[in-house]
Design a protein around this ligand. Structure first.
Ligand SMILES: [Mg+2]
Length: 212
């Protein structure tokens, strides 16, 4: 397991909040190459209900998104914020709220603080929100989403079959054996609910990182 920051050894305080970290495009909303128009935002069916269910389990929702289209000059930071605002607006009906949206605007070839698979935004969330990463989850549709979560030692990373997820699953990459593969956010919410229940019934399994 790669260690990116000495901060990962900090013990979380008792009762620290847990988070579900979410990729945005292809996970919450339909993947459109370089989405920059709020009117083109389409949430996946059931996404709002699923996120609400995760929230009701006591998790904070934190979005972690690579937005290289900004660095490539395809759209502005402001356009991305407008897309985020539209997503928030569509989810508000279910009382779903993102605690943070971390974005990496850099083009892939440039240095970046948080561009996935870097776990740095998850470490930022631990600092800023007090998140207990070992009891948190990552959900995404690309291998780099999963790698981001693994690099931060979250409890489990889930690949959704929406967006690029089905292609990633079909690739047969052996690293996927560490991941949980589910159809969509609803499947992820169900899996996390069961996992949380298992941890409550059998506290000893929660003491071990499931990806070690
Ligand atoms: Mg994605």
């Amino acid at each position: 397991m790669k260690v990116f920051s000495p901060m990962r050894e900090v013990e979380p305080a008792e009762g620290s909040p847990r988070a579900v970290f979410l990729d945005r495009d292809g996970t919450v909303n339909e993947e459109r190459q370089y989405l920059a128009d709020p009117e083109k935002v389409v949430l996946f069916p059931g996404a709002g209900e699923a996120l609400r269910a995760i929230q009701d389990l006591g998790f904070l929702l934190v979005v972690v998104t690579n937005q290289s289209g900004i660095g490539r000059g395809y759209y502005t930071v402001e356009a991305m914020h407008q897309v985020n605002a539209r997503i928030a607006e569509l989810l508000a009906g279910q009382d779903v709220r993102f605690s943070r949206i971390y974005f990496a605007p850099e083009a892939p070839e440039l240095p970046s603080h948080g561009r996935k698979p870097s776990p740095n935004f998850l470490f930022d969330a631990r600092m800023e929100l007090g998140i207990d990463l070992a009891r948190s989850y990552m959900i995404g549709d690309k291998l780099l989403d999963l790698q981001c979560g693994w690099n931060a030692n979250v409890r489990k990373c889930l690949l959704v079959r929406t967006g690029y997820g089905r292609e990633v699953e079909a690739s047969g990459d052996e690293r996927l054996s560490k991941a949980v593969v589910v159809d969509d956010l609803a499947g992820a919410a169900d899996w996390i609910r069961r996992d949380v229940g298992d941890c409550l019934r059998r506290p000893e399994i929660a003491e071990f990182s499931s990806n070690s």
